[in-house]
Design a protein around this ligand. Structure first.
Ligand code: FAD
Length: 332
């Protein structure tokens, strides 16, 4: 195989990419991970992970280093500062991956470029977003750190409602701020929320037609300024944290025109085998439709894609097989 020809090219070296890299490299596939910045992805920005099985508590950078060394120990290559800008499918079915001045060619590509949390864009958000300072974008990840505290949640979609309900299991009080009267979340979730809000012992308060306009404090979050968008009246509430649930932005701009994306930019794939609409191109992690947006599910996705890669390389017609006719895990 020539220098830049690989069995498996992985775009991104976050948890999904590193999970895929471990399984592909350990299976003796010639594997490279192309990473725009440095390995680890989103988990690099947190110093406390408590929901990765096997570790009571570990920092993102420590977990990244362990994963990275494991990939390398099986001869997986990792190229950092390597931004993939374009992909195309050759006539022979292999995939060309353009990265800076270089072109790599892979029998299989696994796309794992992840997503970024959408910012609220208010004063204080950036200053307090480092771990432990009180601004968070993931209730499932951080709710236990706010046991018996007061938190503000922002948003009105499914994630906002679900994460607010989760926060309320830990926090003393959750003040949920939503810029309209109506929620975008599904009816069943809204009914569950209203059931909790109207309960006698409720710890969820609503602020409708309202936005958070500033997050304030000295070394960490101490209060949030909430503005009613109809009356322009503001109120300052004392709180220990602000959880922002206003959406995710998938890092898939460079894939437009190559693979099918949803309107919001998530990569379409079948969620059993993680096949995109382009034969030989798998999808894993936070960039795909239906992603749970968790570390462990991103890693698992990467592993799944690397496992199903073998099936594709063995029998290319499998790519078009409908789910019902495809193999079950462990059947090969
Ligand atoms: C502050 C914070 C705390 C979190 N805490 C937890 C937690 O405690 N528990 C939990 O389960 N989850 C947590 N999460 C969520 C978790 O980190 C993500 O679900 C997970 O990282 C997703 O992995 P991924 O590999 O799909 O994507 P990412 O982690 O987003 O990684 C994608 C990688 O691809 C690279 N990339 C993007 N585009 C290109 C390109 N064109 N070319 C090359 N490389 C590219 C990026 O630079 C990045 O390194 C947290 C997230 C954040 C931000």
């Amino acid at each position: 195989m020539a220098d830049k020809e690989y069995d498996c090219i992985i775009v991104g070296a976050g948890p999904a990419g590193l999970g895929a890299g471990l399984y592909a490299a350990r299976d003796r596939a010639k594997t490279i991970l192309l990473e725009k910045f440095y390995p680890g992805g989103q988990i690099n920005t947190t110093d406390r992970i408590e929901n990765y099985p096997g570790y009571a508590k570990i920092s993102g950078p420590d977990l990244t280093n362990l994963m990275l060394e494991q990939v390398k120990s099986f001869d997986g290559e990792v190229k950092t500062s390597a931004e993939v800008t374009k992909l195309s499918r050759r006539e022979d079915g292999r995939i060309e991956v353009a990265c800076d001045e270089d072109v790599y060619v892979g029998r299989v590509v696994i796309l794992t470029p992840g997503s970024s949390y959408r910012n609220l864009g208010v004063p204080g958000e950036d200053a307090f977003r480092q771990a432990g300072a009180g601004v968070s974008y993931c209730g499932t990840c951080d709710a236990p750190f706010f046991k018996d505290k007061v938190v503000v949640s922002v948003g009105g979609g499914n994630t906002a409602v679900e994460e607010t309900l989760h926060l309320a299991k830990y926090a003393k009080k959750v003040i949920m701020v939503h810029r309209r009267q109506e929620y975008r979340a599904t009816q069943v979730l809204v009914e569950e929320l209203m059931g909790k809000v109207n309960a006698a012992d409720s710890n969820i308060e609503l602020r409708l037609d309202a936005t958070v306009t500033a997050i304030e404090g000295k070394d960490r979050v101490e209060q949030a300024v909430i503005k009613n968008v109809k009356t322009d009246q503001t109120e300052t509430v004392a709180c220990d944290g602000v959880f922002i649930f206003v959406g995710m932005v998938p890092n898939t701009g460079f894939l437009k025109g190559f693979v099918e994306l949803t309107e919001a930019g998530f990569i379409k794939c079948d969620t059993a085998y993680l096949r995109s609409n382009v034969p030989g191109v798998f999808v894993a992690g936070d960039c795909r439709i239906g992603a749970a947006m968790q570390l462990v599910t991103a890693v698992a996705d990467g592993v799944n894609a690397a496992m199903w890669m073998k099936q594709y390389l063995r029998d290319r017609t499998w790519w078009d097989a409908p789910l019902s006719d495809s193999l079950s895990p462990g059947q090969w």
